[in-house]
Design a protein around this ligand. Structure first.
Ligand code: ADP
Ligand code: ZN
Ligand code: ZN
Length: 739
C-alpha cells in the first residue's frame, strides 16, 4: 500500500476562516517540509505567500482537487510551534481569519514572497585619516567633533539609528565629514543594537517598595505568574523593570517589553540601552522602516536581541528564549487594536506568558479595572509602589469651580494668575486640553447655521492655521467658508476651544513667553515630536500645552503647575468607561508635575465640582476611585464582571445594518446558552460616519467560555446571511470603546 502524501495546512492571507490544504511542491525533499516555513501557493487565479501551520497525512478534500504548492520559501521554519499556537489561539479568540492573523505577525516584506533579509545593515565608521583627527581641533565645528569622538569609541562602526541616538539628526555633518574623507559607510551585523559597555549607566539603589517588587517577581522566574505593579507616577516602575530585565538576562533568557504608542520615546529607548549596557535591545515600533522592522524582528527570532522593546504588535515577535514579559501602562487604550484584527496586546501578553511558563508584569499608575479586579481577587499578585522615588512628592490636586466664571480662551482668571506666578518664578506650566484644532464648532451668528460634516453626524472642527474645516471622525476636509452658506452673511464665529486657539490666546496674554503646542497637528512631521520634547527639556519653552500626547511617559522636571481645562465631558460620557478613562487621564497628566525637587500643583477646571467621581479621585486617589468604580460595575453586571462582544455593522442604506443585526440576533437566540444576553441592535452613538449608517449589537455574558461557545456556533451562521454581504461588519471581542 502506498503511504499517503504529506499535506501542508497553509495559512493564506485572505478574509476566510480556514486553513488551506496543499500538496508539497514537486520534487520537494520531504525533510524540508516543516511547520513554520513560508510557501508560495496558487490561490484562485493568483499566487499568494502563505505559512505552513501544520502537516498532516491526508485531507478531507479529494486528492484530485488538491493543488500543489509552488515552492518553499525558506529552509528553516520562520516561526516556532509556540509562536504559531499563540497566533491560532488569538485567531479563534478574537474571531479573525487565521491567514490575516499570521500575515500580520510577520514583517511586511515577509508577507510577500520575498526572501529574508540578512541581518546586515549599513552604518558609518572612521577612516584611517578620520582616526588621526583630533576632536579638540574642531572647536568651530562642535557637532563634527562630537561625532568624531563617538565614532572613535566604536571601531566597528555605528548604525544610523545609533548615531542619531547619540548625537541627534546629523545628515549634513555626516556629509561634510564624508567629503573630507574622515568617515565611510560600512556593513554592520545585527538588527539590534547595544550601547557598548562604555556608555553603561549604573543602577539606582532601590527603595524598599521597589526592592520587594523586584524580589517577588525574581522569585517566580521560571514559572508563570501575573503581577500587577501599581505604582504612582514617578514611583520608579521603569527602574523595577530594568532590574528585572538584568536578572532575566543574567539567566540567558529574553525579555519582551510592551509600551503604548506614545510611551515609546527616544528617552525611554536611551534609558534602556544605557542601563542594559552590552545587551542588545531590538526596537519594534511603527516609525521604523520596513527593513528596520524586519531586522529587529529577525534579531529577536535568532536570539541575538535579548530585549525586545516595542508597541502593541511586538507581542507577536518570535522569542525562542522568552523569560519575562513586561507591559508598561497596561491600562492604555493603544494596547488594543481598534480595527481589523482587534486584539488586546496586554491580554495576549498574559496568554503568551502562561503558554511559555514565565512571569508577566503589568505596570501602571492607573491600572485598568480588569487588572485591578484580578489583583484584588488574588488571581494576580498585587505589587504597590505608593511613593515617588527619589524624594519627589506626588502633586496635590485641586478643583477649580468655573461655573460662574468668565473664561479667557477656556482658562479661568485664577489659573491665569497661577500661571503668571509660576512663570515669574522661572518654572514651567503645562496646560492640558484634549481637543486639537482651533475650535470644535463654526457657527453663524445671524442664522444659527453650524458647520456639519457632510458624511457624518458630527460637527466640523475649525483649523485656522490651515484655513480648513476638518472632520475628526472621517477625516474629510473642506476650505473654510468665507460667509454663511445658509444666509450669506459674513458673521461666522468659532465656538469653543481647541489647542490652536488656546495657544493663540496664551501667546497674546504672555507675549514674551516661549509657548509650545504638542498635538497631532504640531507633530505631524516625523521626528518633530522628539525635537519639541528635547527643546522643552532644554528650557526653551515655559508654557507647554497640548493633548494627551503630552500626558504620557514624559518627564518634565521643570513643570510645577498643571492645568487641566476640560474634564466635564468625561464625567457624563455615553460610554460606561468614560469615567475610568477620565480618571486615568487626570492622574497621568497630573503625574507630569513636580517630578523633581520642585513640588507640583495640579488644578482641574470643572463645572461639576461636586461630582462624586471627582471628589473620590481628589480626596482618596485613583485606587479608591477604581475600587468604587469596581463596586458599581459589579452591581450593574458590567465588565470586568461580565464579558462583552460588540458586533458593528455599517452600510450606505440606512435600513441594512439594523436589518442584518436583527437577523443575526434571531440566529443567536436559537443557539444561545443561559447567561448570555443580547442588547440591541441599536443605532451607533454616531449613527452616520463617513457616509455610512451604523448599528451595534452587544453580546454580554457572565463567563468567557459561555461567550466563546456562542461565537463558535453563531458567527459561521451569521456569515452565511445574505445581508452579511451587503453590510460591512466586524466582531470586537472585549471591546474597549463603544463607538
Ligand atoms: P515611573 O516609571 O514609575 O514613572 P521611573 O522609573 O521613571 O518611574 O522613575 C522616576 C524618577 O525617579 C526617575 O528620574 C528615576 O531616575 C528616579 N528613580 C527611580 N527609582 C529611584 C531610586 N530607587 N532612587 C532614586 N531615584 C529613583
Ligand atoms: Zn447664517
Ligand atoms: Zn466626517
Amino acid at each position: 500500500m502506498m503511504s499517503r502524501p504529506d499535506i501542508l495546512q497553509v495559512a493564506v492571507p485572505t478574509p476566510l476562516f480556514s486553513l488551506f490544504d496543499y500538496l508539497p511542491p514537486v520534487g520537494c525533499d520531504p525533510e524540508m517540509l516543516r511547520a513554520g516555513v513560508r510557501v508560495r501557493v496558487p490561490f484562485g487565479s493568483t499566487e499568494r505567500c502563505g505559512l505552513v501551520l501544520a502537516l498532516r497525512k491526508g485531507s478531507e478534500l479529494d486528492a484530485g482537487k488538491l493543488k500543489q504548492a509552488i515552492e518553499l520559501l525558506e529552509p528553516e521554519p520562520l516561526l516556532q510551534p509556540g509562536d504559531m499556537e499563540l497566533l491560532r489561539w488569538a485567531a479563534v479568540y478574537y474571531q479573525h481569519p487565521i491567514g490575516e492573523v499570521v500575515a500580520g505577525a510577520l514583517p511586511v516584506r515577509l508577507r510577500r514572497c520575498l526572501s529574508q533579509t540578512h541581518i546586515v545593515h549599513s552604518g558609518w565608521r572612521l577612516t584611517s585619516s578620520g582616526r588621526r583627527v583630533d576632536p579638540e581641533s574642531l572647536k568651530r565645528a562642535p557637532r563634527q567633533a562630537q561625532l568624531l569622538s563617538v565614532l572613535g569609541k566604536s571601531p566597528d562602526g555605528l548604525s544610523r539609528e545609533e548615531v542619531v541616538l547619540r548625537v541627534g539628526e546629523c545628515r549634513q555633518v555626516i556629509r561634510a565629514m564624508e567629503e573630507k574623507g574622515w568617515l565611510e559607510t560600512c556593513e554592520l551585523e545585527g538588527g539590534a543594537n547595544s550601547a557598548g559597555p562604555s556608555a553603561r549607566s549604573a543602577p539606582l539603589e532601590l527603595n524598599d517598595h521597589q526592592a520587594s517588587a523586584v524580589a517577588a517577581v525574581t522569585d517566580s522566574l521560571g514559572g508563570f505568574g501575573v503581577f500587577l505593579l501599581e505604582g504612582v507616577t514617578g514611583s520608579g516602575k521603569t527602574e523595577v523593570y530594568l532590574y528585572l530585565i538584568e536578572r532575566v538576562l543574567a539567566r540567558g533568557r529574553q525579555v519582551l517589553v510592551l509600551v503604548p504608542e506614545i510611551g515609546l520615546t527616544p528617552q525611554l529607548m536611551e534609558r534602556f540601552k544605557r542601563r542594559l549596557g552590552g545587551a542588545s535591545v531590538a526596537l519594534l515600533h511603527s516609525s521604523l522602516s520596513e527593513k528596520g522592522r524586519e531586522l529587529a524582528w529577525q534579531s529577536a527570532r535568532s536570539g541575538e536581541a535579548s530585549v525586545v522593546l516595542g508597541t502593541r504588535s511586538a507581542v507577536f515577535s518570535p522569542l525562542p528564549n522568552l523569560g519575562l514579559v513586561i507591559v508598561d501602562e497596561e491600562h492604555d487604550l493603544s494596547l488594543k487594536q481598534q480595527e481589523g484584527f482587534r486584539y488586546s496586546a496586554r491580554d495576549l501578553a498574559v496568554v503568551r506568558a502562561q503558554r511559555c511558563g514565565c512571569p508577566v508584569v503589568l505596570g501602571s499608575a492607573t491600572p485598568s479595572l480588569e487588572s485591578l479586579r484580578n489583583a484584588l481577587e488574588a488571581r494576580y499578585r498585587h505589587l504597590e509602589l505608593p511613593l515617588r522615588a527619589g524624594g519627589a512628592v506626588v502633586p496635590t490636586l485641586d478643583l477649580l469651580d468655573v461655573r460662574s466664571v468668565r473664561l479667557e480662551a477656556g482658562v479661568s482668571p485664577t489659573l491665569m494668575r497661577m500661571t503668571e506666578e509660576q512663570l515669574a518664578a522661572g518654572n514651567q506650566v503645562l496646560i492640558f486640553l484634549n481637543r486639537r484644532g482651533y475650535a470644535p464648532q463654526l457657527t453663524c451668528y445671524d442664522c444659527g447655521w453650524i458647520a456639519q460634516c457632510r458624511r457624518c453626524d458630527a460637527r466640523m472642527t475649525l483649523h485656522l492655521s490651515s484655513r480648513l474645516l476638518w472632520c475628526h471622525h472621517c477625516g474629510s476636509q473642506r476650505p473654510l467658508d468665507n460667509q454663511c452658506p445658509d444666509c450669506g452673511h459674513g458673521s461666522l464665529k468659532p465656538l469653543g476651544q481647541g489647542t490652536e486657539r488656546l495657544e493663540e490666546s496664551l501667546q497674546k496674554r504672555f507675549p514674551e513667553t516661549g509657548i509650545v503646542r504638542i498635538d497631532r497637528d504640531s507633530t505631524r512631521r516625523k521626528g518633530s515630536l522628539e525635537q519639541l520634547l528635547s527643546d522643552i527639556r532644554k528650557g526653551r519653552y515655559s508654557i507647554l500645552l497640548g493633548t494627551q500626547m503630552l500626558s504620557k511617559g514624559h518627564h518634565f522636571p521643570g513643570v510645577t503647575l498643571v492645568g487641566i481645562l476640560d474634564v466635564d465631558q468625561g464625567l457624563y460620557g455615553a460610554d460606561y468607561r468614560a469615567a475610568e478613562r477620565m480618571a486615568q487621564q487626570i492622574i497621568q497628566v497630573a503625574g507630569r508635575a513636580g517630578r523633581a525637587e520642585k513640588p507640583g500643583r495640579v488644578v482641574i477646571q470643572t463645572r461639576h465640582p461636586d461630582h462624586p467621581l471627582l471628589q473620590t479621585l481628589l480626596k482618596n486617589g485613583y485606587s479608591a476611585f477604581a475600587r468604587e468604580s469596581l463596586g458599581e460595575r459589579k452591581e450593574a453586571g458590567l465588565p470586568p464582571y461580565s464579558h462583552q462582544v460588540l458586533i458593528r455593522a455599517e452600510a450606505h442604506r440606512m435600513e441594512d445594518p439594523v436589518a442584518f443585526l436583527e437577523e443575526g440576533a434571531a440566529l443567536a437566540r436559537e443557539v444561545m446558552g443561559p447567561g448570555v444576553e443580547l442588547w440591541g441592535p441599536v443605532p451607533a452613538p454616531m449613527e452616520r460616519r463617513a457616509g455610512r449608517f451604523r448599528a451595534h449589537l452587544l453580546v454580554q455574558a457572565g463567563s468567557r467560555p459561555g461567550i466563546q461557545a456562542l461565537l463558535a456556533r453563531w458567527l459561521p451562521e451569521l456569515r452565511k446571511l445574505k445581508l452579511s454581504r451587503r453590510v460591512r461588519w466586524s466582531v470586537d471581542v472585549d471591546p474597549q470603546e463603544m463607538l
